[in-house]
Ligand binder design. Structure first.
Ligand SMILES: COc1ccc(C(=O)Nc2ccccc2)cc1NC(=O)CCSCc1cnc2[nH]ccc2c1
Length: 273
């Protein structure tokens, strides 16, 4: 609400619960806001670590970006506060946890589940691109599952406004499109490539360009060395969609709104997302 928006939060406003995980810059705890009993995830970041990694400006930009994003498939950042030594992010709590753990457990997803996830992510990315935000780091580790089974894009550690594109290498190579691996200018179409990689991994349980060595993954990405295994059985319609997203020429990648009209999505995605 509006009053929650500008309220000055302090640690005393929350009961702290179990640890939810440990990020690069700090720990995340389940927490309950005392007055409303609202369950949230409280991410604690150490100022000292932010300073030594020179990411304070990035955190400020991210909080700025997040405060304008409202979408059912994007994890909310409700607010933040700080004390002498720490910065606290008040984040939405995704009750069904981390997607990559679910993917490890199931090995791979059914076509209906994969299509439902991909279409909800496409709608979230269309929303972000409409606000000139490209995410650039769509991978299973950055996705959480809400109480109704809906997917939430959860980590904006690398989202940037399209006008100030940066060429930092972020995390694993598997999800990076050729133009980022070759470190040339890139735009919102990087998210289409990553969504194609994600769709492949949802259906096969491994990313399309996986290789033992980084150098081999790099070679496979820039060559777009896309192969579909015989197992598990995947419909040709799904392969057709993936082949239209994993295209080297960024202008030839299937636009996100066209993805939502693709037969595989129309026939398999649950509209409620
Ligand atoms: C909108 O989201 C975020 C916004 C900002 C940042 C962030 O740390 N930015 C940063 C930090 C330092 C330097 C620069 C930028 C992180 C997130 N998101 C997460 O960290 C997701 C997991 S924490 C939440 C959460 C929820 N629900 C769960 N259910 C199970 C586990 C779990 C875990």
């Amino acid at each position: 609400t509006a009053e929650e928006k500008q309220k000055r939060w302090t640690l005393n406003d929350f009961d702290i619960g179990k640890p939810l995980g440990r990020g690069k810059f700090g720990h995340v705890y389940l927490a309950r806001e005392k007055k409303s009993n609202h369950i949230v995830a409280l991410k604690v970041l150490f100022k000292s670590q932010l300073k030594q990694s020179q990411v304070e400006h990035q955190l400020r930009r991210e909080v700025e970006i997040q405060s304008h994003l409202r979408h059912p498939n994007i994890l909310r950042l409700y607010g933040y506060f700080y004390d002498q030594t720490r910065v606290y992010l008040i984040l939405e709590y995704a009750a069904r946890g981390e997607l990559y753990k679910e993917l490890q457990k199931c090995k791979y997803f059914s076509e209906k589940r994969a299509a439902t996830y991909i279409s909800s992510l496409a709608r979230a990315l269309i929303y972000c691109h409409g606000k000139h935000v490209i995410h650039r780091d769509i991978k299973p580790e950055n996705l959480l599952i809400g109480a109704q089974g809906e997917l939430k894009i959860a980590d904006f550690g690398w989202s940037v406004h399209t006008f100030n594109r940066r060429r930092t290498m972020c995390g694993t190579l598997d999800y990076l499109p050729p133009e980022m691996v070759e470190s040339v200018e890139h735009d919102a179409s990087v998210d289409i490539w990553s969504l194609g990689v994600l769709c492949y991994e949802f259906l096969y349980g491994v990313p399309p360009f996986e290789a033992k060595e980084h150098s081999d993954t790099y070679r496979r990405i820039v060559k777009v060395d896309l192969k579909f295994p015989m197992k598990p059985i995947v419909s040709s319609s799904a392969k057709d969609l993936i082949s239209q997203m994993l295209v080297k020429d960024t202008s030839q990648r299937l636009p996100l709104h066209k993805l939502l009209e693709h037969p595989w999505i129309v026939q398999n995605a649950d509209p409620s997302g």
